[in-house]
Design a protein around this ligand. Structure first.
Ligand code: PLP
Length: 394
């Protein structure tokens, strides 16, 4: 019998992937399932990006690259950060990795000693706590309630910081809440981080998906001090519909970036070469498709939001970004006879044939996450099914 390492014995598999697997199983049996679990845009990668990748292969650019990414890709990222955030970085302050997920994993590996604390606001993206634990760190949670628009306050942050705190994670726009911190809110949080001298991990992967008159501010833009203590995490997955290409990056302190690059040199060698050429085009080429996709998500949100709001027992805050709705469905679950929202989600899958993600995986067990990164037709049908399911059992 193989005895696994202790570090993986408490690892919980991603809930997002688990429900998708179950939905796929039912689909394979011929059940007409509508999946609202997707964490990725439903569009193909823009044509100019695919072309650039193809061209690079034909030109023989199919070998290893530097561990932290091609100089030309680092340059493209530096230009993007200058163009969009007004931030100046040098190549030794950029590390390209295999998606933002693996970049974050690498970051926690080089940052944390056993017992070091990382503050994680609830609701959180599923991988943060597991990645911190895999680096022998300790996740410290702050509950950002619906009443506070799912955003932490400076006071909460201050109270959560101890001698062992290394960093706080800010994910704006947020998965799963879709909330965005305003410049003023970020200023207050940055001030606490300066006072207490902790790092800021700013996950900006949904930066390009924002709606209405909301603007996205990176906390690193606020001051020299904020920039110096922030590690920006971003990538092409959500902005350019490139989830499968696996390209993400970190921008921040050169010593940290060097350590991450050295670790990558022994763990991955380099991000896939072809994907790096694709990402160069993603950042340097036309951004028209990025805006087209954003508009499509916004118009889906407009259509779907009132319908979700109208489901009995659902309370939902209008998101400002990303492509998720996070309704609190505790009342609906109770009134339809389920003892937990997790069970309600099972019922939705097996009886209404709609797959959604239970909020328990995000630390918010009274909620469910609905992704609107799917066609309007499927979305409308799915929400109708959920509505009927709830009213028929109420
Ligand atoms: N950060 C957040 C908040 C996400 O939702 C995701 C993907 O779902 C990632 C990071 C990772 O993105 P990728 O590894 O595809 O770049």
């Amino acid at each position: 019998m193989i005895k696994l390492a202790e570090r993986v014995q408490t690892l919980t598999p991603s809930t997002t992937l688990a429900i998708t697997a179950k939905a796929n199983e039912l689909k394979a049996q011929g059940v007409d399932i509508i999946g609202l679990g997707a964490g990725e845009p439903d569009y193909n990668t823009p044509e100019n990006i695919i072309e650039a990748a193809y061209r690079s292969m034909k030109e023989g650019k199919t070998k290893y690259t530097p561990a932290g990414g091609l100089p030309a890709l680092k340059e493209a990222i530096i230009n993007k950060l200058e163009r969009d955030q007004g931030l100046a970085y040098k190549p030794n302050e950029i590390m390209v990795g295999i998606g933002a997920k693996h970049v974050l994993y690498t970051l926690f590996q080089v940052l944390l000693n056993e017992g070091d604390e990382v503050i994680i606001p609830i609701p959180y993206w599923v991988s943060y706590p597991e990645q911190v634990k895999l680096a022998e760190g300790v996740p410290v949670y702050i509950e950002a309630t619906a009443g506070q628009q799912y955003k932490i306050t400076p006071q909460q942050l201050k109270e959560a910081i101890t001698e062992r705190t290394k960093a706080v994670i800010i994910n704006s726009p947020s998965n799963p809440t879709g909330m965005i911190y305003s410049k003023e809110e970020l200023q207050e949080l940055a001030e606490v981080c300066r006072e207490k001298d902790i790092l800021i991990v700013s996950d900006e992967i949904y930066e390009k998906l924002i709606y209405g008159d909301t603007v996205h501010t990176s906390i690193a833009e606020l001051s020299e001090d904020a920039k110096n203590r922030t590690i920006i995490i971003n990538g092409v997955s959500k902005s350019h519909s490139m989830t499968g290409w696996r390209i993400g990056y970190a921008a921040g302190d050169s010593a940290l970036i060097k350590a991450m690059t050295d670790l990558a040199s022994h763990s991955t060698s380099n991000p896939t070469t072809t994907s790096q050429y694709a990402a160069i085009e993603a950042y340097n080429g036309t951004q028209d498709a990025v805006e087209e996709m954003r508009q499509a998500f916004e118009s889906r949100l407009e259509t779907i939001f009132p319908k979700v709001e109208a489901i009995p027992g659902f309370t939902v805050i209008r998101p400002q970004g990303a492509f998720y709705l996070l309704p609190d469905v505790a009342e609906a679950a109770e009134k339809t006879g389920y003892s937990s929202v997790d069970e309600f989600v099972e019922g939705l899958l097996t009886e209404a044939n709609v797959a959604v993600i239970p909020g328990s995986g995000f630390g918010a067990p009274s909620t469910i996450r609905l992704s609107y990164a799917t066609s309007l037709e499927a979305l409308t049908e799915a929400v109708e099914r959920i509505h009927k399911f709830v009213t028929s059992k109420w």
